[in-house]
Design a protein around this ligand. Sequence first.
Ligand code: NPQ
Ligand code: MG
Length: 369
Amino acid sequence: MKIETIELRRVHLPLVRPFRTSFGTSTEREVTLVRVITADAEGWAECAADAHPLYSSEFLDASDLVIRDHLVPRLQALGNRLTAELVAPALEPVKGHMMSKAVLETAILDAQLKTTGVSFGGYLGAVRETVPAGVSVGIMDSIPELLDAVAGYLAEGYLRIKLKIEPGWDLAPVRAVRERFGPDILLQVDANTAYTLADARHLALLDPFDLLLMEQPMKEDDMLGHANLAKLISTPICLDESIESARDAATAITLGACSIINVKPARVGGYLEARRIHDVAAAHGVPVWCGGMLETGVGRAANVALAALPNFVLPGDTSASNRYFAQDLTAPFELENGHLRVPTGPGIGVEVLPEVLASVTASTDSIRF
Ligand code: NPQ
Ligand code: MG
């Protein structure tokens, strides 16, 4: 593939309501979009990093810099031999920066698949035309406010509810949601690293509520702690932040640190490594589901394709566009009986709306390749 230009474009999208997690509150989503221009096609992807290094150490300004000064030059060095499959090996000497690596690999893969007329789902091995949609519900100021929000999402058709938790907002919201909506709704929690092993007895109080899983209760580098916690509570542990590679997945599974994995392509360097995590987990009989990073339609399209692989057996954080945005960058993803349709067109299978893009762009930087 011969790349002519790589464009980095910073956009700001307002969120329909504030989204609060144990690490902070967001009122808008700021992302860097990468556009890869070749003679035959244009590839698009979005960097999942946040403006602040709170979910992980990555953040957007640093990502733009590492892409420009450290990653793109290594791709340029490959010349016309460049393919999406060679991106990760070429970037491997650079430590970390998985989200920055992921956005480059994904935009290049999109251009490559558009050139050959293959969809993301077709390339990755999707086996479903639609995927069940879950929704991630932020920490609220009160239980009544939370119950209203959950009632609204269930009425829209969401098939699984994930409550964000933190110390002081865990037992009461879970109990209230179970009491109001009953034992049959699929319910899980996500702590985004807010607890320690000293909280094990408290977290065990969630055992009676029949949660599908508890996501990332402790620090990202605490594999052993999660393995110990798993012996003290009956809720299955799912890891998110701790898993940055297929090797991490194998370690966590073998250690007993998790029995379910949240796969986010951005966190693991792209869709190729995400598929390897899917495969490693499947080989161990460990179910996976597709996480979310408040993606615009550009990132959402590729996630929905990944979520259609066979071992994605739990509903993901693949929500409809209007869960986050009044106006998405693409035609909106909408729920159909609680499911999202997997795009079938070449590449990510969705197009960026030019007028919307222009209206939300804060800055653009073109790199001649
Ligand atoms: C998670 N996502 O599973 C993440 C966390 C998260 C849907 O719960 C800006 C950028 C805000 C990234 C908020 C969901 C974010 C973000 C939350 C990621 O842990
Ligand atoms: Mg999470």
